[in-house]
Design a protein around this ligand. Structure first.
Ligand code: GA4
Length: 336
């Protein structure tokens, strides 16, 4: 297992109020595990997206070598001196970030690199990274992202099949669009054992607070350090056993709207580990900025009422950057 030993440098803990959670949850063994070429993959994916908004994808066909190359590059990057890393920050909202998440006061025991993949958006920090970071790093990101794009199309097309929709590209077309608003995130959660306890609490320090992902889907891969938790439909938080050979798929808010609430956008969070560092990489698949988002007729039954108002992804993003991590970002878009 690859581990990064150096935690981010101390910052002013008086300013950063860290969250912690009271009770560590047990590992949950009932997370749906689906093979991409299983004969019943389409219906299993639909079932998991309805019941959990989350599942583990195995036999995905992404070469392990490509994944570990990127993980090694990420580990090298996060091990650099702080002043080097800071050159790609603070987030614009892309680039290097340390402890601060978003712009509205959320913090976590995390450092990260967020990269913009949307050709319509200009991010000076992303440009800086692509122009100045080692070729090995940029090429590893590029190859990995290209695999993630393909994988996201396959998963979204299986979803359409499983829902019995004739047009297989009903969902994937949003990501296949050259102006799709996708992004890529590398996270490093340093071990928190030696942290001088903020608020007197080291245990269960929050790495990334609870939230749902705004996009259609997110494809997450992490090293073998646990920490990810999901919220079940009954409100219980459970820990996801780590598996560095698989992908975890999250349903995002946009797919919840498009399926008129059939698919659930899963609430999740990450707790920092006391002894080992967690490195994760997440591809977020979002629609083009001008795309209208609304429940899709092809997914709904006859006479079914739409639960959400129509909005553009751009409008949603504007509202999202004004929100706190744990806010219910879909609330303003429910139909009265
Ligand atoms: C959550 C999912 C993705 O990590 C992310 C996050 C984004 C950020 O880190 O800039 C946000 C968060 C995420 C939703 C609400 C806003 C924006 C931090 C935050 C408080 C990159 C995304 O797309 O939305």
């Amino acid at each position: 297992m690859v581990a990064v030993s150096c935690p981010p440098p101390p910052t002013n803990n008086n300013v950063l109020l860290f969250q912690s959670c009271n009770k560590p949850a047990n590992f949950y063994e009932a997370i749906p595990v689906i093979g991409l070429s299983d004969p019943d993959a389409a219906s299993l994916i639909v079932r998991a997206s309805q019941d959990f908004g989350f599942f583990k994808l195995v036999n995905h066909g992404v070469p392990m070598e490509l994944i570990t190359t990127l993980e090694n590059e990420a580990v090298k990057y996060f091990g650099k001196p702080q002043s080097d890393k800071d050159r790609a920050g603070p987030p614009d909202p892309f680039g290097y970030g340390n402890k601060r998440i978003g712009w509205n006061g959320d913090v976590g025991w995390i450092e990260y690199l967020l990269l913009n993949l949307n050709p319509e958006i200009i991010s000076p920090n992303t440009q800086f990274i692509l122009n100045h970071y080692p070729h090995a790093f940029c090429s590893a990101v590029e190859k990995y992202v290209s695999e993630m794009r393909k994988l996201s199309y396959e998963v979204l097309e299986l979803m359409a099949d499983g829902l019995g929709i004739e047009e297989r590209n009903t969902f994937s077309r949003y990501l296949r669009d050259e102006k799709s608003d996708c992004l890529f995130r590398l996270n490093h959660y340093p071990p928190c054992s030696e942290v001088e306890a903020p608020l007197g609490c080291v245990k269960n320090l929050m790495g990334f607070g609870e939230h749902t992902d705004p996009q259609l889907i997110s494809l997450l891969r992490s090293n073998n350090t646990s920490g990810l938790q999901i919220c079940l439909r009954d409100g219980t938080w459970v820990s996801v056993p780590s598996d560095n050979t698989s992908f975890f798929i999250n349903i995002g808010d946009t797919l919840q709207v498009m399926t008129n609430g059939r698919f659930k956008s899963v609430k999740h969070r990450v707790l920092a580990d006391t002894s080992s560092s967690r490195v994760s990489m997440i591809y977020f698949g979002g629609p083009p900025l001008r795309e209208k988002i609304a429940p899709l007729g092809s997914v709904m039954e006859e006479e079914e009422e739409k639960l959400y108002k129509e909005f553009t992804w751009c409008e949603y993003k504007k509202a999202m950057y004004k929100s706190r991590l744990s806010d219910n970002r879909l609330a303003p878009f429910y139909k009265a």
